[in-house]
Design a protein around this ligand. Structure first.
Ligand SMILES: C[S@@+](CC[C@H](N)C(=O)[O-])C[C@H]1O[C@@H](n2cnc3c(N)ncnc32)[C@H](O)[C@@H]1O
Length: 282
């Protein structure tokens, strides 16, 4: 774990061990709570930082961690000097203990309970660094999520997901996407899509991101892939190729839709009453 800020006073080893022993939430991630004391989750956050090559010095940057889980990446982005860190998850902050860990670390990372799709309308902000690891294959609308990431991105994004190259073998040179209707991927019914590395790259290009493959593993038959992305200039590529329009869903739009619907219902009601009256010759 990097020592980006040596001046920050950290909790003691004993306090950290006690915190872990007493925790009762789900641990998904492994990261150093304090130097030398690792959280007990299976997903190695330090390793992901290594594959992504996230800069050690993020001084003055804003950072967004989508699908934060225990907050391992969010707290590390803060440790690397990010001025503002926003951590997002669909589960409340107590589920993965984000709130408790934040308090223990005296972190300023902000938690937002939301789905990735809602973030452009909800945050209305662009970030210097966006981390989006281990979420895409859990989504039923992966392209919509990548579109959202583009909207939220000003600087550099790191996208990691499950890929199906290992599973499809020789076909992996094609931009294929494997759909898992049930729990075929890792016996987990919350997994929906895994692209080949090529399709993952194409998804990003289509959504107006410029991708670079940073790693795909295990070697020879990849099951996971990490991309570095930046935003392309102008509209996303797909806009020029099709009539698909970006989904705009904002609280304001929702309100307007509701108003329209109630006006429509009222006029429908009036038309119905008029028809009944006509039938009854009133
Ligand atoms: C496999 S974990 C990955 C956690 C972390 N990013 C990592 O790589 O260690 C997936 C995380 O994404 C969250 N998640 C799932 N669907 C999401 C969505 N639609 N929007 C935001 N987060 C989501 C889950 O609750 C979970 O915390």
């Amino acid at each position: 774990m990097p020592e980006a800020d040596q001046n920050v006073e950290r909790p003691s080893l004993e306090a950290a061990q006690r915190f872990l022993d007493e925790s009762s939430f789900v641990w998904h991630q492994r990261f150093q709570l304090v130097p030398g004391i690792y959280t007990p989750g299976p997903n190695d956050v330090e390793w992901l930082f290594g594959v992504a090559g996230v800069p050690m010095d993020l001084s003055g940057k804003t950072a967004l961690d989508i699908g934060t889980s225990n907050g391992g990446a969010a707290f590390e982005l803060e440790r690397r000097g990010a001025e503002r860190v926003v951590a997002v998850d669909i589960f409340p902050p107590s589920w993965f203990g984000f709130d408790a860990i934040k308090e223990f670390l005296a972190s300023n990372a902000e938690f937002v309970e939301a789905s990735v799709y809602e973030l452009p309308a909800l945050l209305q902000e662009e970030f210097d660094v966006v981390v989006f690891w281990g979420v895409l294959y859990h989504l039923r609308h992966p392209l919509l999520a990548i579109d959202a990431v583009r909207t939220l991105l000003r600087g550099v994004g790191f996208l990691e997901t499950a890929v199906c190259d290992g599973e499809v073998g020789e076909l992996s040179s094609l931009p294929l996407v494997r759909f898992y209707r049930s729990d075929e991927l890792d016996k987990d019914s919350s997994n929906w899509f895994a692209p080949t590395v090529g399709a993952f790259v194409d998804w990003c290009l289509s959504s107006g991101l410029d991708p670079k493959v940073l790693g795909a593993w295990p070697k020879g038959a990849p099951q996971r892939c990490m991309l570095r992305v930046t935003r392309t200039a102008g509209d996303a590529e797909y806009r020029a190729l099709s009539y698909e329009r970006p989904l705009e869903f904002s609280p304001g739009r929702a309100k307007r839709m509701k108003l329209l619907l109630s006006t429509y219902r009222r006029s429908l009601g009036r038309r119905l009453v008029a028809r009944i009256r006509a039938l009854l010759r009133l």
